[in-house]
Design a protein around this ligand. Structure first.
Ligand SMILES: Nc1ncnc2c1ncn2[C@@H]1O[C@H](COP(=O)(O)OP(=O)(O)O)[C@@H](O)[C@H]1O
Ligand code: SF4
Ligand SMILES: [Mg+2]
Length: 332
């Protein structure tokens, strides 16, 4: 008998709708998402700015209650009462990028890292815990950093302090929202290597949120590509990045510096979650529909009128596209 690995964190049928501003329609920021993260796995959540990544990530942390659907951790639905949420946030830590103000400029590195321990009433040796977390985050020797202030550190070091502040609580999973977006390319590689090492050495799982599909290459086991509140393609990183099937994933990949062939320039309006198009939500910008390829495959009407099903969670490779599905059915 084979046993299925238990998911650490799951979302099922998750929807998050914000009330419309100034009489506008409500914004369907997350519009039906199933997502699973397994122990020791790094999943990259990728998509253009505004597609709902941060909203999804925050709801996985219990910071935004879902409008519909649910989040489960270790097989149990999240308990949104404050005490239970506090205990949950010890096990699942949010890592933001430092320039968004996650470090208080008036706190030393020691205090920044110790803060989580103090919030959670840690009863052990605080100094030792801070020391170990800084060391794991690659700031060595840790004592040298204790009394430094954020402005005395480089961008990469500051990001490591933020990561140490998450690690000090020994979480099982970290959710990192654009953790390297503002760092130089060389430092970016170092921080990504750190996340990989933490997975290998501590078995730490991570959801890494990024607008940069290229970044997923370097770090993720699995990738989920998000467009206008939905996951449109998901699966093993190698497979998605070498043989993308969704036209949106193909377009994102085509503009990476290492891509071969012509970049696909997406036309049409930038996506607006208060005006989700009917049919395939990508259809007004889809290069496969615009070029007549979808027409030749006999799916153009479906593209314009038939919504696609929500992709199931799990680790299977899946795609939400009439054309990609028709190609598989036709054996091409
Ligand atoms: N608190 C909020 N109230 C209203 N709309 C919001 C709120 N937070 C996010 N949105 C909208 O939801 C959409 C998704 O935003 P976000 O999750 O930040 O996307 P991403 O992280 O992919 O850039 C955007 O259109 C944004 O304007
Ligand atoms: S369903 Fe049609 S419009 Fe949507 S991505 Fe696929 S080919 Fe393009
Ligand atoms: Mg964001």
């Amino acid at each position: 008998m084979t046993t299925t690995p238990v998911d650490l964190l799951s979302a099922q049928g998750l929807r998050i709708t914000f009330p419309g501003r100034h009489g506008a329609e409500p914004a369907r920021a997350v519009d039906g998402v199933d997502l699973d993260i397994r122990p020791g796995e790094i999943v990259a959540l990728v998509g253009e700015s505004g597609c709902g990544k941060t909203t999804l990530a925050r709801s996985l942390l219990g910071l935004v209650p879902p409008t519909a659907g649910q989040v489960t951790f270790d097989g149990k639905p999240l308990d949104y009462r404050s005490r239970a949420l506090k205990a949950y946030r010890k096990r699942v830590q949010l890592v933001l990028q430092d320039p968004s103000g996650s470090l208080n400029p008036r706190h030393t590195v020691y205090d920044a890292v110790a803060e989580g321990l103090r919030i959670h009433g840690y009863a052990g040796d605080e100094r030792q815990a801070v020391h170990d977390a800084l060391s794991r985050a690659g700031l060595r020797p840790p004592e040298r950093f204790f009394l430094r202030y954020p402005h005395e550190l480089s961008g990469g070091q500051r990001q490591r302090v933020v990561i140490a502040g998450a690690l000090v609580l020994e979480p099982e999973l970290i959710v990192a929202d654009e953790p390297v977006a503002s760092l130089d390319a060389s430092v970016r590689g170092e921080i990504l290597a750190l996340l990989l090492r933490l997975r290998d050495e501590l078995g730490l799982s991570a959801l890494v949120v990024t607008h940069d599909l290229g970044l997923a290459w370097n770090i993720a086991d699995r990738v989920a590509v998000m467009y206008l509140g939905r996951i449109v393609e998901t699966g093993d990183v190698e497979q998605i990045l070498t043989a993308p099937r969704h036209p949106y994933t193909q377009a994102l990949l085509s503009v990476l510096p290492e891509a071969e062939g012509d970049p696909v320039v997406l036309t049409g309006e930038p996506p607006d979650p208060s005006r989700v198009p009917s049919g395939c939500r990508f259809h007004a910008r889809c290069q496969v529909l615009a070029s007549g390829e979808a027409e030749r495959a006999g799916v153009a009407d479906a593209c314009r009128t038939q919504d696609l099903p929500v992709l199931a969670g799990g680790s299977e490779t899946q795609v939400a596209c009439h054309w990609a599905t028709a190609k598989v059915a036709a054996g091409s």
